[in-house]
Design a protein around this ligand. Structure first.
Ligand code: ADP
Length: 734
């Protein structure tokens, strides 16, 4: 009885698998689908054992390859097999699984199939029509959805059969009508047996024995022709019921016997046992799968746990690192703050120290300049008076006392000048000037001024100026002279009965710049190698002979520093007892055009026979006398005043050719006096005669209106050169 209903389901399985082939081209999948088809064939041939074994294989592979359509189809076939063994609950379980996978892949055909089979099991196996019929209705919904008239016909036949079995002919009739109306078009031979049988059942219900008998006989005949043994058995059963109802007991018995025989032949005992074993294997597989699933879940949970642990550990590590970082940052910050505070304090201390150093340096400068001034002022008197004595009392010229006096005064003066000079260099207060001069003349002058030294030590002086030297060079003449003077005077001092040679040669030329190499060599005592570096330090003297020593120990130190200002350096070669050579190269500018322009500007006419009137403004009585004597000796007409106020009042009444102005005076200093003179439109040239250092007062002197500065004690010729130049300039202007 059961088999009849399942035939439909089996057919549908085949049909749906054909669609699967179309949708899946992969060769492996094709092989699997072929296996599935084979399993269906076995089922159709009632070989449930093989059908189940094969369906199980297909299911395994389909699950592995995640082919959910094939999984759904396999579950469906397994369900069908279980239905055959009357394992209805299991059949329902597998149909439901099939339905689950069919829904996942949204395969309407497979859903239709599962619903139809569930309807079959509930209606025909469990006789639970209330539960089964809704499944059929869902099956109808899906076959309408996929617009499959064959399926709709099959389900309609099943529904009509279910209603008829439940004696609900009223509800079954519409489905029978649908079947009768569509059978010719959509039916086939496989369902013909059942189709005839349900018509027979309906006519039996109507009491039409003849018609019912005809349909049931047709059903039986068709079933045998097409070997539909399941359906034939049901047809025999229905026909037996009809015959029995109308009292044809013998025939009824025959059909009932055929029904029993057929059922027995279909369900051979051994087949069922084997199939049951196969079914058990399927079960076992399911359990295994469940177990594997469970183990997988467990493994996943384990992995998750490990991951969580790793995450926690990582989190702790990161947290620790962050803590360390924060700690380090905080420490660094506080360290920085501490260092900053210390630095700020140190900075402040440094600033204070710097300010103090600057103040000290200023005070030192002030001190040096004041002391220099204060020493120079009386020195001016000493030197001046000594000169006057020699002039006035000629027989004293050879007096050793007077010579000593002169020497001492000169020594003091050079010491003061040296100290002042080194102080200025150290404070970077020296800026090289640009004057035009003749190197050869300058060297001659120096030698002349040092002739007494040469004579004293009986030295021969040789000057060798190379012809490649330009006639005039532009540079700081005074500093250059100072360098030569210091080195040559040393050479003359430390050589006795020997030679001192001064040579100059152009080493190279770069544009306007001539690199002139100077070499001063002597045949004197020489300098020990160990002393050769030392002698350039301040106040260093070596091999000093106390009796006749002349020097401050500053000469070479000044030379070295001055040469640095010229971007040059001094080289020393010396052998004890043989002599010493100092070499250095100074870059001088030599521009012929520039030189001519400068020379033209300094055309000074010293040949005038005019008697100049000079106003001497000087507070120091001795210096008044010295200056006046000097001026008068050179035919100047002098008027001496003691301070600025007197000078102003004299100037109101008288005019002068030149004014010689002391700077450091009581009541009103030389600058102030000059300013007032200039404010009264008096243009007389004013020369400062001062013991101050020239650079120190140059700026203020210019601003006050002074024309030049001569430092006391001075070179007389220099003073007169300046006076002549200024006077002739002012006269040419007026
Ligand atoms: P000072 O002005 O006392 O001579 P310097 O700085 O000019 O000082 O010289 C330092 C020392 O170098 C001198 O005391 C002397 O011993 C040595 N010296 C310099 N020039 C010569 C030289 N040409 N021959 C020998 N010794 C020299």
């Amino acid at each position: 009885m059961l088999r009849n209903r399942i035939v439909l389901a089996f057919f549908l399985v085949i049909f749906s698998l054909c669609n699967l082939i179309a949708s899946n081209k992969a060769a492996a999948q094709k092989a699997l689908i072929n296996q599935s088809k084979e399993a269906n064939s076995y089922f159709r041939d009632n070989n449930f054992e093989k059908s189940l074994l094969l369906a199980r294989e297909v299911l395994k592979k389909a699950l592995q390859t995640k082919n959910n359509e094939l999984v759904a189809a396999s579950y469906n076939l397994i369900g069908c097999n279980y239905n055959e063994f009357s394992e209805f609950d299991k059949a329902i379980e597998y149909f439901n699984k099939s339905l689950h996978y069919a829904k996942i892949v949204a395969n309407d055909t497979l859903q239709f199939k599962a619903f139809n089979n569930l309807g079959n099991v509930y209606c025909f196996s469990k006789k639970n029509y209330n539960k089964g019929i809704p499944f059929f209705k869902k099956a109808i919904f899906y076959c309408k959805k996929i617009n499959n008239k064959n399926y709709q016909l099959f389900v309609s036949i099943n529904m009509a059969w279910a209603y008829f079995e439940n004696s609900d002919f009223e509800h079954g009739l519409p489905f029978l009508k649908y079947a009768n109306a569509n059978f010719v078009e959509n039916g086939n031979e496989s369902i013909c047996t059942v189709f005839e049988m349900i018509n027979g059942m309906y006519f039996n219900h109507l009491g039409n024995f003849k018609k019912a008998s005809e349909h049931l006989q047709k059903s039986i005949k068709h079933g045998y022709i097409h070997n539909d043994l399941d359906d034939v058995s049901d047809a025999h059963n229905e026909y037996s019921k009809l015959l029995f109802k109308y009292g044809h007991y013998k025939e009824a018995y025959i059909h009932l016997k055929k029904y029993d025989d057929l059922i027995n032949s279909i369900y051979e005992e051994n087949k069922i046992i084997k199939a049951s074993v196969a079914g058990l294997n399927v079960e076992l597989d399911e359990y295994k799968r469940e177990l594997t699933k469970f183990e997988l879940i467990k493994e996943a949970q384990k992995q998750n746990l490990i991951k969580s642990k790793i995450i926690v550990v990582l989190f702790i590590i990161v947290f620790c690192i962050l803590l360390i970082l924060i700690y380090t940052l905080v420490r660094n910050n506080s360290y920085k703050r501490k260092i900053n505070t210390e630095l700020t304090i140190a900075n402040n201390d440094l600033l204070i120290a710097k300010e103090k150093a600057e103040v000290a340096s200023q005070m030192k400068s002030q001190f040096v300049s004041t002391i220099s001034h204060e020493l120079r002022t009386p020195l001016y008197g000493v030197i001046g008076i000594t000169n006057m004595l020699v002039d006035e009392y000629k027989y004293l010229a050879k007096s050793p006392h007077l010579t000593s006096l002169k020497f001492s005064a000169r020594y003091l003066l050079s010491l003061i000048n040296d100290i002042l000079q080194i102080n200025k260099i150290e404070e970077n207060r020296i800026v090289l000037e640009h004057m035009t001069f003749n190197i050869s003349d300058e060297i001659e002058l120096i030698i002349q001024s040092l002739s007494f030294l040469a004579q004293n030590n009986r030295n021969r002086v040789e000057i060798d100026i190379h012809s490649n030297l330009p006639e005039y060079v532009i540079g700081d003449k005074l500093r250059f002279s100072q360098i030569i003077m210091n080195i040559v005077s040393n050479a003359l001092k430390f050589t006795k009965n020997g030679n001192v040679k001064i040579s100059a040669v152009v080493e190279k030329k770069e544009g306007n710049i001539c690199y002139i190499q100077f070499k001063i060599s002597d045949t004197g005592v020489g300098i020990d190698v160990k002393d050769q570096l030392k002698i350039f330090d301040k106040f260093v003297q070596v091999g000093r002979n106390d009796t006749d020593y002349q020097g401050t120990g500053l000469g070479l130190s000044i030379v070295k520093r001055l040469l640095e200002l010229f971007n040059s350096e001094v080289h020393l070669e010396s052998v004890i007892g043989q002599g010493t050579t100092f070499t250095f190269t100074i870059p001088f500018e030599s521009d012929l055009q520039k030189t001519n322009a400068i020379i033209n500007n300094i055309n000074v006419d010293l040949s005038t026979s005019h008697i100049f009137k000079v106003l001497i403004v000087e507070d120091n009585k001795i210096n008044q006398m010295v200056t006046r004597k000097l001026m008068e000796k050179n035919h100047f007409k002098c008027h001496v005043v003691e301070d600025g106020f007197q000078a102003l009042s004299v100037l109101e009444k008288e005019t002068f050719d030149i004014i010689l102005m002391d700077i450091n005076m009581p009541l009103m200093n030389g600058f102030e006096t000059t300013r007032l003179i200039r404010s009264q439109q008096i243009e007389t040239p004013i020369v400062a005669l001062t013991a101050f250092d020239k650079e120190e007062i140059a700026e203020e002197a210019l601003a006050a209106g002074l024309d030049d500065i001569i430092i006391k004690p001075f070179d007389q010729s220099k003073l007169f050169k300046v006076i002549h130049s200024l006077v002739s300039n002012s006269q040419s202007v007026s």
